[in-house]
Design a protein around this ligand. Structure first.
Ligand SMILES: Cc1cc2nc3c(=O)[nH]c(=O)nc-3n(C[C@H](O)[C@H](O)[C@H](O)COP(=O)(O)OP(=O)(O)OC[C@H]3O[C@@H](n4cnc5c(N)ncnc54)[C@H](O)[C@@H]3O)c2cc1C
Length: 475
């Protein structure tokens, strides 16, 4: 039997497949589309996702294909500099189009031995105590021990599970596409600058060779979002918003997106789980959706692998929902707030001006950037040291970098005392006796996702903490 079927080969499903394969889990990814998407939704990776790639030894591939940008102006497009001294070794946004991210993750998943079957649509599921039966559009059936729905905002898995998806429907819609324009580039830039003073959901971003990424408010909300808009619709809306259609022509692709905000009530029903857009949708303000999905997968992968491999302590898999549901709820909240701040109505404009003043306070600016980049996340592991529940930034050790030691996705005890031991868990947890000038605690126990599970110098306390995340000792 297959261990885990993942429905959907978007960034969430592919990242999850990579994480599961690190632990030897037999994984099959089903993707209904025969070819990868060409249209570009996400434009980049935020700090926490960059760190995640670094922790798995993938960052160089992403850096090769991307471009670094400063972190300022990300909250509702309010023009502010990046806060200084962010708690990370990667204080930038990595601009990289989503199809490239998807391709790099697909290549990695294949290298690690995950099978991705394209042109295969999941249409039915049922589960019992021992596994999940999956029905495919061509009538075939597959059986696995677990199923994870990473099948996007209109998730079939979520619908079949009957999991509620409460929230708000779309109230505004935006047209998005790539196309050429006949207007000279300097004139385009001048009109865009003028219009953007009031309309923040508008832009023509040059992509080279006279091609632009065009974003413009739609006239209403389409009944059927799956039907792409026409070039004439773009022309009409550009004229309505900017007074010119810029002479747009020769579209590469055209699409639309809305501001619906919804979250699955449960991320797990028995042996079936939800992750990424299947679990939460929200407006793309601040560029967080792909990042959130990749980080869901990073949280879930090792826990599900622990279940499959038989060493998961009680409650480990449940902690996926407990930890990740509040994180997405917070993203829904901040994206909704950003949409309000981007409205052209006088009331929200007044709040935007006030917000802009507040962001001149370093701490406010920092707080918002830590939210958007996801480095401010602290899972609730109970009271204790301030690092507990947070991810640890990369730090320089005497013998290399911390993240360089985490590529295999195992737990890690960073022991600056040299006196501690992980005997009994050595199959799951690496013991690194080394020191760092950047870390002022004696020792930290890191989960495979890099979150701090324990801080201290007492072996008895450590022995109390290890079973919660790594199960009973062996031997
Ligand atoms: C305009 C726009 C701009 C955005 N910009 C950003 C950004 O800058 N930064 C950011 O982080 N995020 C951004 N996002 C969000 C980001 O694109 C999504 O959050 C991300 O793609 C979610 O990844 P996913 O893998 O969960 O879902 P998806 O990428 O939607 O992948 C789901 C996959 O499942 C497949 N599938 C669906 N149903 C089935 C089925 N029944 N059987 C098999 N396969 C199935 C689909 O074909 C698809 O390939 C943006 C979104 C939009 C619309």
């Amino acid at each position: 039997m297959i261990d885990v079927i993942v429905a959907g080969a978007g960034p969430t499903g592919l990242m999850l497949a990579c994480e599961l394969r690190l632990h030897g889990v037999n994984v099959l990814v089903l993707e209904k589309e025969t070819e990868p998407a060409v249209y570009v939704r996400a434009l980049g990776l935020h700090v926490r996702s960059i760190e995640v790639m670094d922790q798995r030894g993938l960052l160089d591939r992403f850096l090769d294909q991307g471009k670094k940008y400063p972190l300022g102006s990300f909250f509702a497009g309010i023009d502010k500099p990046s806060p200084e001294r962010l708690d990370t070794a990667h204080g930038y946004v990595l601009g990289i189009p989503q199809p490239t991210t998807d391709r790099l993750l697909a290549e990695r998943a294949a290298e690690l031995g995950a099978e991705v079957r394209r042109g295969v649509e999941l249409v039915g599921l049922s589960q019992d105590d021992r596994g999940v039966s999956v029905e495919l559009a061509d009538g075939r059936q597959l059986r696995s021990r677990y199923l994870v729905g990473c099948d996007g905002g209109r998730s079939t898995v979520r619908r079949l599970l009957g999991v509620g998806f409460p929230g708000e429907p779309a109230t505004v819609e935006t047209l998005l596409g790539e196309m050429a324009a006949t207007m000279p580039a300097d004139e385009v830039a001048a009109v865009v600058a003028e219009v953007r003073q009031t309309q923040k959901r508008f832009g023509l971003g040059p992509m080279g060779d006279g091609v632009y990424r065009v974003v413009v408010p739609a006239e209403g909300v389409a009944e059927d979002r799956t039907t792409p808009p026409t070039l004439d619709e773009f022309r009409q809306q550009l004229r309505a918003v900017a007074g010119t259609d810029f002479g747009v022509h020769s579209p590469r692709w055209l699409s639309r997106f809305g501001d619906a905000t919804r979250q699955a009530e449960r991320y797990q029903v028995g042996r079936v789980l939800l992750a990424g857009d299947a679990a939460h949708i929200h407006p793309p303000t601040g560029g967080q959706g792909l990042n959130l999905g990749v980080q869901d997968a990073f949280n879930l992968g090792w826990k599900l692998a622990a279940e499959v491999n038989g060493w998961a302590p009680d409650g480990l898999l449940d902690s996926y929902h407990t930890e990740r549901h509040p994180v997405a709820a917070d993203v829904l909240n901040n994206t909704r707030a950003q949409m309000t701040l981007m409205s052209t109505e006088p009331g929200p404009q007044a709040v935007r001006r006030l917000m802009s003043e507040l962001m001149d306070f370093e701490q406010v600016n920092r707080h918002l950037i830590e939210k958007i980049t996801a480095i401010g996340i602290r899972y609730d592991f109970g009271g204790g040291h301030e690092l507990l529940g947070r991810r640890l930034r990369d730090v320089e050790l005497k013998r290399g970098r911390l993240y360089g030691l985490m590529h295999a996705g195992r737990g890690l005890l960073l022991d600056q005392t040299g006196r501690l031991s992980v005997d009994g868990w050595a199959d799951l947890v690496d013991h690194v006796a080394d020191v760092s000038e950047e870390l002022d605690v004696p020792a930290v126990l890191l989960r495979p996702d890099g979150h701090v599970a324990w801080v201290g110098d007492d072996q008895q306390e450590l022995l109390g903490a290890l079973p919660r995340w790594f199960g009973a000792p062996i031997g």
